[in-house]
Design a binder for this molecule. Sequence first.
Ligand code: AMP
Length: 279
Amino acid sequence: MKILETKQQLEKWLKKNKSPAFVPTMGFLHEAHIQLIKKAKRTNKPVLVSIFVNPKQFSAGEDCSTYPRDEKKDIAMLEKEKVDALFIPKKDEIYPKDFQQEIFHLPKKFNILEGELRKGYFQGIATVLKILFDLIKPSYVFFGQKDYQQNLLVSWLVKKYSYPIKIITIPIFREKDGLAFSSRNAYLSPEERKAVPHIHQSLVYIKNLFDEGEKNVKNLKEKLKKFLKKEPITSHIDICEILDAESLEKIETITENAIVLLYIKVGIPRLLDNIILEV
Ligand code: AMP
């Protein structure tokens, strides 16, 4: 596997490996990242993974400087998967001193939920993805359903700039007990770790109620919150919403596909999870 630290090294590699299958990450890799890579390998394109903890998507007081890192382990995992190249730039490589941040006029669905909770978050993600897409010109990019609102942003960005990129989204990959894999799970204490599968159980419970005929959003949301609060460790609910799956607009009754979105603060991290209610 080629390890590329500079844009120059990346450009040189791209000359022989045009329009790769690209998997952007923030590192501290886990099984869900590996699933994305396996999917990328199936395209038969050269597979390029990036590791970059993007400072522009963190606001003051968030965990940018303490975000978990283990480069050695990440590299070993990527080599095992026979990834063709890893792009692992330093901050100044992506944001040189004279970098001028573009302001994106984002649709209103990015001012709510995580966009409201984390100021500048989606501007930061759009900024870094545009830089990476312009540099790499991938044919495919791979994302996970766990970051649902982020994926809508990727679709918006690709459409807005007419990138000839196919976006592939994989379902949420979970531990055996249902917890969605996340680099931030490393922050959980043993007691918290034991309790957090309750989050996924709450989503399954709501999906079952929906499948049995409950389509009223107010009722479903009340039941979801009540279920989450049965476990003190999952009772700090930052976001609990059931919205139109595309527009993220509020709905009263589910007549089109809806998305149940949870952001639960457990100790240090905020855990994200979601489930689609398909009509
Ligand atoms: P991150 O390194 O956390 O920025 O994640 C990189 C990519 O992996 C993003 O597209 C995430 O949505 C995806 N991802 C992270 N965790 C999961 C998971 N449990 N299931 C599916 N995709 C995931």
